[in-house]
Ligand binder design. Structure first.
Ligand code: AP5
Length: 212
């Protein structure tokens, strides 16, 4: 199946997408991760989007749509995919309809307090990009990645002012997608507040592997 993962910043979309990708054998395509990799590699795209991303604003629709269109043309997406963080505007959703079929938009629901709690405690590995949380998913050794030994850091857009701005951007530009997909009978709400294994269980119940 072809999934979109919707939800506010910090809802746990990336964490769940990684688990679903491993368990269902479909690629996890995160536009945020693609942009962060470009920034790290200092490519022309990375240089162009760095300030936008650090502030918590959205990258332009044209750049983002082209990037996703190219990624979805790769052969590993033919048996399904998860789009995490795309579309983020109605214009992106309308553009997506022209080059991909979407089977379900999964809306991960969580309130603002939950978002702030998750984003302010997130730590990311500088080497392998794995996400931790100081309370909910702590690394074995403080500030050291359990998987590769890399150094953990706080994303610039996880600083308090940027979190506030990201929530405003989400409400103004991305939340309208919930009704957009509901009106097409493509929306499935999942409560994102419980622990990750319970959210994954809810997903697996809603989308049994043999039917995806
Ligand atoms: P992006 O990377 O997509 O950021 P986001 O949507 O704000 O999502 P996050 O990565 O912050 O959160 P998440 O929901 O994936 O949560 P996570 O699993 O990490 O985008 C970054 C930027 O790129 C944007 O601001 C924009 O500038 C640009 N961009 C990207 N896509 C774009 C687009 N389409 N158009 C324009 N611009 C675009 O979890 C968060 C924390 O909580 C972690 O620490 C995790 O360990 C913890 N956690 C997760 N689940 C649970 C749980 N169930 N219980 C307890 N803790 C949990």
């Amino acid at each position: 199946m072809n999934f979109i993962f919707l939800g506010p910043p910090g809802a746990g979309k990336g964490t769940l997408a990684a688990a679903v990708s491993a368990s269902y054998g479909i690629p996890h395509i995160s536009t945020g991760e693609i942009f962060r990799a470009a920034i790290k590699a200092q490519t022309p795209l990375g240089c162009k989007v760095k300030a936008i991303i650090d502030s918590g604003s959205l990258v332009g629709d044209d750049i983002t749509v082209e990037l996703v269109k190219e990624r979805l043309s790769q052969p590993d997406t033919k048996n399904g995919f998860i789009l995490d963080g795309f579309p983020r505007t109605i214009a992106q959703a309308e553009a997506l309809e022209k080059f991909a079929r979407i089977d379900c938009a999964v809306n991960f629901d969580i309130d603002d307090n939950g978002v702030v709690e998750r984003l302010s405690g997130r730590r990311v590995c500088r080497t392998c990009s794995h996400n931790f949380h100081v309370v909910f998913m702590p690394p074995e050794k403080e500030n050291i990645c359990t998987h590769c030994g890399g150094e953990l850091f706080v994303r610039d857009d996880d600083k308090p002012e940027a979190i506030k701005h990201r929530l405003e951007v989400y409400r103004a530009q991305t939340a309208p997608l919930i009704d957009f997909y509901r009106s097409k009978n493509l929306l499935k709400d999942i409560d994102a507040k419980p622990a990750t294994d319970l959210v994954l269980q809810a997903f697996q119940t809603a989308f049994p592997k043999e039917r995806t």
